[in-house]
Design a binder for this molecule. Structure first.
Ligand code: ATP
Length: 288
């Protein structure tokens, strides 16, 4: 554990081919916070989350989690030259398996080596970041229980008793999932699938959960439930980075927030200040 922020994104740029979606974003999330990432469609919110979870490499800048660089190059300070990964003598001679060799290279990445785009998603998850993507990517043919078990798979500390405690915690947050345990996940309602996607992410016992538009497409009553659950998840000790179109509701449960526009941070501050800010009200709160 480090004294700095739990998550820090420094001057990150992400491009899809010729399209630069994120242009020099810096943000931080302290342990224990709920931080909202707001902005119009296409502002770069989803891309930012995908970079943090290791799905997309930053072309520039870096992502740090709990003092470890998980993506991008260090911005300052000399880094020792990384040995060329594929030309180690032992490997050329066929004495070291590729897989083991790559694993060693990844450990060097985590220690702060240069010229590596970032850790793969499963390593980021194992460090304690779980990502709930937009559109609830659950496994529809598997049961609710099986979907939740998949979430526990990457928890390195897992043992049977821990997994069962995790399941109890998820069932306490979402009683509906307990009732529907043996049902194929594809038969759940949209709201229940969103609950399942969040529950599955929690089974990995993340320190930081990334939520992409959790309220999207839900009936108003369920929207309120989802935001209440996010508050409970945070009260239980999990730090939250929340992407939302529903700015008013997101700011009500957040400590701080960032507003993105065309790939840059245009506004940041305490949640109450942002909710009162005329620019946020006009653009995202319907001027109300
Ligand atoms: P939304 O709420 O619509 O998802 P967003 O703020 O999350 O918006 P992003 O999805 O991060 O925005 O998109 C940022 C920019 O990158 C947009 O201009 C978008 O068109 C572009 N973009 C996103 N995904 C791709 C892709 N796979 N290929 C090319 N361009 C993309």
């Amino acid at each position: 554990a480090s004294d700095g922020p739990l998550l820090e994104v420094r001057d990150a740029e992400v491009a899809y081919g010729a399209v630069t979606a994120v242009r020099g974003i810096s943000l931080r999330v302290e342990a224990g916070e709920v931080v909202a990432l707001l902005g119009a469609n296409g502002a770069g919110k989803t891309t930012t989350l995908r970079m943090i979870s290791g799905l997309l490499p930053p072309a520039r800048g870096a992502v740090w989690f709990d003092g470890t660089r998980i993506a991008g190059a260090p911005l300052s300070g000399p880094a020792p030259a990384a040995p060329p990964v594929r030309s180690a003598p032992a490997e050329r001679a066929g004495r070291v398996s590729r897989g083991r060799h790559r694993d060693a290279a990844r450990q060097r990445d985590a220690a702060g080596q240069r010229d590596v785009p970032g850790l793969p998603v499963h390593r980021v998850t194992a460090l304690g970041i779980s990502h709930v993507p937009e559109g609830r990517r659950i496994f529809p043919a598997m049961t609710v229980a099986e979907n939740l078990a998949m979430g526990a798979y990457l928890d390195r500390r897992r043992d049977r008793a821990e997994t069962l405690r995790g399941l109890d915690r998820v069932h306490a947050l979402f009683p509906r999932l307990a009732e529907r345990s043996r049902q194929p996940a594809g038969t759940l309602s949209g709201g229940e699938q969103q609950m399942l996607a969040i529950g599955r992410a929690l089974m990995a016992r993340p320190r930081l959960i990334l939520l992409d538009e959790p309220s999207l497409g839900l009936a108003p009553l369920l929207v309120a439930t989802i935001f209440e659950v996010i508050r409970e998840i945070n009260a239980g000790g999990t730090t939250v980075l929340l992407v939302e179109q529903n700015a008013a509701a997101a700011l009500r449960i957040s400590h701080r927030g960032y507003v993105l526009d065309t790939g840059t941070v245009v506004l940041e501050g305490g949640a109450d200040d942002l909710a009162r800010d005329a620019r946020v009200r006009d653009a995202y709160l319907g001027g109300s």
